[in-house]
Ligand binder design. Structure first.
Ligand SMILES: NC(=O)c1ccc[n+]([C@@H]2O[C@H](COP(=O)([O-])OP(=O)(O)OC[C@H]3O[C@@H](n4cnc5c(N)ncnc54)[C@H](O)[C@@H]3O)[C@@H](O)[C@H]2O)c1
Ligand SMILES: C[N+](C)(C)CCCC=O
Length: 543
């Protein structure tokens, strides 16, 4: 409690004003430490906006330390929608070659300054950015909700993850170091860990602010600068991060935002002054990114799709296994790369599992994502909603049984009638050859498959070209580790699912990606090693 009061005093001191109840609750939440659902669920502050009211008028492009309004009348402009209501939220100004070039030049200029700072100096700026994110947590989360459609509860956790990632890599910036190697005759060698230059980040629409932070934090910790392109579907929050880095004292151009789609992305990938591309998105686009990068021999980080298995053994704690299956399928309206959408349940417990999972799925409150009680908001776009519903129809045609959901949903609030909602769906009687079991649906659709033996389930779980994540539920500790050892996936969970602390690496095997995000290892993907051999004697020439 004393700590809480000190935090409140700090807030009051910084703002020169009295703190409100809302601030008090925020401080209490942040004093709980690492955020989890617990913190987010108990927040009961009042909204400053409600769905259908926010209009974004400010430019969303950002370079040279400020927002940029593209004056070129030929610049492509396209509508951006609010998924909760289906109304137009803003117009996106897509960047062409001139703007991409300006942003890269801005990043290049920042690189010359930033790369020469000590790690401690970079860390100071990053920690200030993290503090500003915490201060603007609610505002960022609300804009994320309005642009993406996910619930405010989840959006707050995404903002927290963005902040924690920046804090974590601020720490890493201070300990970047090389190696000293003693050689014969008093000579020696050393290695220097150096930045790459201007890095490009290209993001997907499902975790806009989190992706922007997960890419920029390790990049700038290593001394690089970044040009980031959000998905044209969710352009709204990356620019807030750009403003925050700037206000935190980063040199102009350290983190730039260019808006646009395929054309803008490809201009970035081909730009000769770009040293690295870090991409989050679908497998087909990831392949194109790799092709483009190969022309300039540029390294890539690829965070791609998944069709991950969750394996539930008969000895598992059923209550936890059900909770885990729900967390593996319904976060962010099911639009999560790491989702465990193939739920393998040992045959003896299938009936109990289904009963409980269906009961809980039916109880998920769908509706206005800005309301505290909402647990499932709107899918990101109308075409995407139609695609997901199409997968449910296809599953029915192929013989799966719909135990619940899989229908369009219209909330009672009239302002939400044109939003992109659907009821979360549980499919039973699924077999490995069905489309719903083979393809990434990227929506709230859980496919349940029954299995008998460990060997059988391992073979079936690994029968996929993807390998992003996997989970196992069992009380048998030996089995848990044995199964995980034999699963072909980069991000694995025992007795839980979709937990991604920023201290640990995240990324996929097989076609799910290359490289990792988060954790210490990510430093290797945003830096290069210089080896220096120092001769202390004479040159022993053969010639
Ligand atoms: N592994 C992960 O960490 C992770 C995280 C989130 C999402 N995803 C994956 O992302 C996918 C959904 O996101 P999406 O629909 O936005 O993916 P997408 O591949 O359609 O688009 C991703 C980004 O790439 C850009 N882009 C598209 N074509 C391009 C091109 N030719 N050159 C350069 N840029 C181009 C888009 O504008 C967007 O910014 C899913 O498959 C999901 O699994 C993976
Ligand atoms: C934090 N989650 C929920 C594991 C999402 C990771 C990013 C994937 O889309």
């Amino acid at each position: 409690m004393a700590g809480l009061i000190r935090t409140l005093q700090q807030i009051r001191c910084e703002r020169g004003s009295k703190f409100s109840v809302r601030e008090m609750k925020m401080a209490l939440l942040s004093s709980l430490g690492t955020p989890g659902l617990r913190g987010a669920l108990y927040y009961t502050g009042t909204r400053s906006s409600s769905s259908g009211t926010l209009h974004i008028k400010e430019p969303l492009n950002f370079w040279c330390g400020g927002r940029v309004n593209i004056k070129d009348v030929k610049a492509k402009s396209e509508p951006v929608y609010e998924p909760a209501t289906g109304r137009v939220l803003c117009q996106l100004q897509a960047c062409g070659a001139t703007e991409v070039d300006a942003a890269v030049r801005s990043a290049r200029a920042a690189f010359t300054v930033w790369s020469k700072l000590a790690g401690m100096e970079r860390a100071r700026v990053m920690l200030e950015a993290a503090r500003l994110i915490e201060k603007r947590r609610e505002e960022i989360a609300e804009i994320e909700v309005v642009n993406n459609g996910k619930s405010i509860t989840e959006a707050r956790l995404d903002v927290d993850s963005a902040r924690l990632c920046i804090e974590y890599f601020a720490g890493q910036a201070t300990v970047l170091s090389g190696q000293h190697v003693q050689l014969a005759g008093g000579s020696f060698a050393y290695t220097r860990r150096e930045p790459l230059g201007v890095c490009v980040g290209i993001g997907a629409w499902n975790y806009p602010i989190q992706i922007a932070a997960w890419k920029s934090a390790p990049a700038i910790a290593c001394g690089n600068s970044m040009v980031f392109k959000p998905s044209p579907v969710t352009p709204a929050t990356a620019v807030l991060l750009a403003e925050i880095y700037s206000q935190a004292g980063a040199p102009e151009g350290l983190f730039n935002v260019v808006q646009g789609g395929v054309e803008t992305g490809s201009l970035l990938c081909h730009h000769p002054d770009v040293a690295k591309i870090s991409f989050t998105g679908s497998v087909p686009t990831g392949k194109k990114i790799m092709e483009m990068a190969s022309r300039g021999v540029k390294p890539v980080t690829l965070e791609l799709g998944g069709k991950s298995p969750v394996i539930i053994f008969e000895d598992s704690d059923l209550e936890n296994a059900v909770r885990g299956a729900l967390m593996a399928n319904f976060l962010s309206q099911g639009q999560v790369c790491s989702n465990g959408t193939r739920v393998f349940v040992q045959s003896s417990i299938v009936p109990q599992f289904l009963k409980e999972v269906v009961r809980r799925t039916k109880a998920i409150l769908i509706g206005d994502p800005l309301l505290e009680e909402t647990r499932m908001g709107a899918l990101v776009s109308k075409p995407h909603l139609e695609k997901v519903l199409g997968y449910v129809d296809q599953a029915k045609k192929e013989g799966a049984r719909v135990l619940c959901g899989g229908e369009p949903f219209i909330p009672t609030d009239p302002k939400l009638k044109d939003g992109y909602y659907m009821t979360p769906c549980v499919l039973d009687g699924c077999t490995d050859d069905m489309t719903c079991v083979k393809e990434e649906i990227f929506g709230p659709v859980m496919s349940v498959l029954s299995f008998d033996t460990e060997d059988e389930v391992l073979r079936r779980a690994n029968d996929s070209s993807l390998g992003l994540a996997a989970g196992v539920f069992t009380k048998d500790i030996k089995r848990a580790h044995r199964v995980i050892e034999n699963l072909q996936a980069g991000s694995c969970f025992i007795n839980n699912y979709n937990i991604t602390p920023v201290e640990v690496p995240f990324g996929g095997y097989k076609a799910s990606g290359i490289g990792r995000e988060n954790g210490q290892v990510t430093i290797e993907f945003y830096s290069q090693l210089k080896t220096v051999v120092v001769e202390m004697g004479d040159v022993d020439s053969l010639f």
